[in-house]
Design a protein around this ligand. Structure first.
Ligand code: PEP
Length: 253
């Protein structure tokens, strides 16, 4: 397929960071997006407390906002949880599911992640489904087997672009300043695409975006984003500063 058939996507995961006073950083991203929107899609995932105000600030501009997690059910007795329908109701268009911090901190299984991705579809949200191996798994040569298992268990049977995006995030690269080499990223992304083609067919495989996540910064973004089968980035720490996040978005253009 043509190299530009999958528009690059830069997604910012604010994690448990950000108060109302942080909104100007997001407003700067929104303000700069006009000059970027032809070359790159941008999503920002603030904490739930900021979702409505960010959704209002970006309405009509094209910067999409979303939740960092959702419950699989639409409503019910689940204290502290937020449903995909609630994210949509608050102005969100997307949700991250299966982030390694959710898998580790909350014991989320592949089946949980799949149910959340199905909930996202039900609510009309884009699901950014995260997979990735730990340091020990990479060192013992299991990285592809782990990612293959996560993809098989976490992606719903109707997964397809544009409502499903896969994010490959090696756990050992998140927040550490470490990244795989470009060759290692290309190898894993090529493998993920072949797994998607094997399960969903060549057309689905050609269209689905695969993001790289893990210590993407302004100074390594260009090389990572130019790597084969990398269709964008899921950015944690560097998404909190508008200058850094915009530099990464510009590197995708
Ligand atoms: C993430 O949390 O998804 C992430 C990639 O974090 P960081 O960019 O800080 O490594």
């Amino acid at each position: 397929m043509a190299k530009n058939a999958r528009k690059k996507l830069i997604a910012g995961n604010w994690k448990m960071n950000g108060l109302a006073a942080s909104a100007p950083e997001f407003v700067r991203v929104v303000g700069a997006y006009q000059g970027l929107k032809d070359s790159v899609d941008v999503m920002v995932f603030p904490p739930f407390t900021l979702l409505t105000s960010f959704g209002t600030a970006s309405r009509g501009v094209g910067v999409l906002v979303g939740g960092q997690d959702c419950h699989a059910k639409a409503s019910g007795a689940h204290t502290g949880d937020v449903s995909a329908e609630m994210i949509a109701d608050a102005g969100g268009q997307a949700v991250i599911v299966g982030h390694s911090e959710r898998r580790t901190d909350h014991g989320e299984t592949d089946a949980d992640v799949r149910a959340k991705a199905e909930a996202a579809r039900r609510a009309g949200l884009v699901a950014v489904i995260c997979v990735g191996e730990t340091k020990e798994q990479r060192e013992s040569g299991e990285a592809k087997a782990v990612v293959s298992r996560q993809l098989a268990g976490s992606l719903p049977d109707d997964a397809a672009a544009p409502h499903v995006v896969v994010a490959y995030e090696p756990v050992w690269a998140i927040g550490t300043g470490l990244t795989p080499t470009a060759e290692e990223i290309a190898e894993m992304h090529g493998f993920i695409r072949s797994e998607i083609v094997g399960r969903f067919g060549a057309d689905a495989g050609a269209k689905m975006r695969i993001l790289y996540g893990g210590s993407v910064k302004p100074d390594n973004a260009k090389e990572i984003l130019a790597t084969a089968d990398v269709d964008g980035a899921l950015v944690g720490g560097a998404s909190l500063k508008a200058d850094d996040f915009l530099a990464i978005a510009r590197a995708a253009g």
